[in-house]
Design a protein around this ligand. Structure first.
Ligand code: ADP
Length: 454
């Protein structure tokens, strides 16, 4: 096992990785930007190295600074967390060239899955069902019109290099597509430095269900069941749970087998997630693979009892995955709410400033992954995630009740948070009944606005 690693990330995930290191007796070095000098990860780390100014492009996204930090502190490996350089094949290659183990899959797998068009083609070739769509990237608007006629409206234009739900556009008919194509391309170019677009049929009444996998360097891979992330605002997840309310044992087996077929086809190593959309008939379609740890990993940890971040470290260190598929038994139900520094009253505007008082919830079945504390001012340079509140219960009902209790207990003063919005969702009948699609949150926001006007 490693003696010392560098954490090339910040926020709650940096804290999460420090904790896994300490559980395994590994020394954790945290790389931090000037804006993160007072972060909890820095406080909890064994060592911390400043890697540059607040702007991510000059710190968390700047490989020379991170590699230097790892080398001068004598680290053997680099954990990239999520976001930032976690899905950057070039960074994985530089780590390897500097004899640092990149805690994640090989550069080749990252590259294949980082390009959505290539990822979808690769999975289709491996026999994984995919959303009907263009064969790779669209050459121009003429081809887009042709492909759309073929697959049928509504269609979705997606940036090939996209992430975080940004830059996707639904087109209901041809006039829409003709109007949107050039703008979508320009937006993708501006956001991701790559204007390539692909097209998929837009599936309306679907849930987002993803399969967590672990694979070691010796060809052994297992899946750890699913997470349902249908509660999304603007294609970004806000609540995740496991198991999915719609899951059956037969469907889990089929989806698990498809996920593992994908993993094996690309010789994938480490933790990863295969994302699917599932329709009312239980048909599922691959949308993308995330080649890193995900924000919502704790719900899987709570129902399986498996520490995913510890396994990431063990696998990267060359240990075999000793878990077998039959060891994975989902027990009870877990749900996660992402508490963001945003004001639900003003259309989720970011809320900045000092947190005067922070008191996290506790009690039976509650876990909190957070990076904040009283009198801390979260820097405004990065994402707005303050805390993930995760509740476990013997069944979904108990998990939801504990979550509601925990969110009511939570004290965060000085800034606005999304806790009131989560409480609305938790008391809303369609959500409680587990009867939602990926469009649910948008519909709820609309309903709440109407109710306020009436
Ligand atoms: P990103 O990488 O930007 O997160 P994804 O491809 O993972 O983009 O999609 C994010 C979300 O967008 C999905 O969870 C789903 O809600 C929606 N989505 C993506 N593709 C489709 C599709 N073909 N039809 C309907 N919704 C889709």
């Amino acid at each position: 096992m490693f003696k010392k690693i560098l954490i090339a990330n910040r926020g709650e995930i940096a804290v999460r990785i420090v904790r896994a290191c300490h559980d395994l007796g590994i020394q954790a070095v945290v790389a931090y930007s000037e804006a993160d000098r007072f972060s909890l990860a820095v406080r909890l780390a064994d060592e911390a190295v400043c890697i540059g100014p607040a702007a991510s492009s000059r710190s968390y996204l700047h490989p020379p600074a991170l590699i230097s930090a790892a080398l001068i502190t004598g680290c053997e490996a680099v954990h990239p967390g999520y976001g930032f350089l976690s899905e950057n094949a070039y960074f994985a290659e530089i780590c390897a060239a500097c004899r640092l183990v990149f805690i994640g899959p090989g550069a080749e797998a990252i590259r294949l899955m980082g390009d959505k068009a290539v990822g979808r083609e690769t999975m289709r070739a491996a026999g994984v069902p995919t959303v009907p769509g263009s064969d790779g990237e669209l050459s121009g608007v003429e081809q887009a019109v042709e492909v759309a006629r073929d697959i049928g409206y509504p269609i979705l234009l997606k940036p090939s290099a996209g992430g975080g739900g940004r830059g996707m556009r639904v087109c209901e008919h041809e006039a829409d597509l003709l109007r949107s194509f050039a703008t979508a391309r320009a937006e993708a170019e501006a956001a991701f430095g790559n204007g390539e677009l692909l097209m998929e049929r837009y599936l309306r009444d679907v849930r987002h269900v993803e399969i967590q996998v672990l694979a070691d360097q010796y060809g052994h891979a297992i899946h750890l069941g699913e997470r349902d992330c249908s509660a999304q605002r603007r294609h970004q997840k806000i609540i995740e749970e496991s198991p999915s309310p719609i899951m059956t044992e037969a469907l889990r087996q089929r989806m698990g087998a498809a996920a593992l077929a994908g993993v094996n086809a690309i010789g994938y190593v480490n933790a990863g997630t295969m994302e699917f959309l599932v329709d009312r008939d239980g048909a599922f379609y691959f949308i993308e693979m995330n080649t890193r740890i995900q924000v919502e990993h704790p719900v899987t940890e709570l129902v399986t009892g498996v520490d995913l971040v510890k396994w990431q470290l063990r696998i990267a260190a060359g240990e075999p995955l000793t878990l077998q598929q039959h060891d994975i038994v989902l027990r009870g139900h877990a749900i996660e709410c992402r508490v963001n520094a945003e004001d639900p009253e003003t259309d989720f505007m970011p809320s900045a400033g000092e947190i005067h008082h922070y008191l996290p919830p506790g009690g039976p079945g509650i876990r909190v992954d957070s990076h904040v504390y009283s009198e801390y001012t979260p820097p405004g340079n990065y994402d707005s995630l303050l805390a993930k509140v995760i509740a476990w219960g013997g069944d979904r009902h108990e998990a939801l009740d504990r979550m509601r209790r925990a969110l009511r207990e939570t004290v965060i003063t000085g800034i606005k948070t999304t806790i009131p919005f989560h409480l609305e969702i938790l008391r809303d009948a369609p959500f409680r009944d587990g009867a939602i699609s990926t469009r649910y949150v948008a519909e709820l926001v609309h309903r709440l606005k109407q109710a306020r006007l009436d």
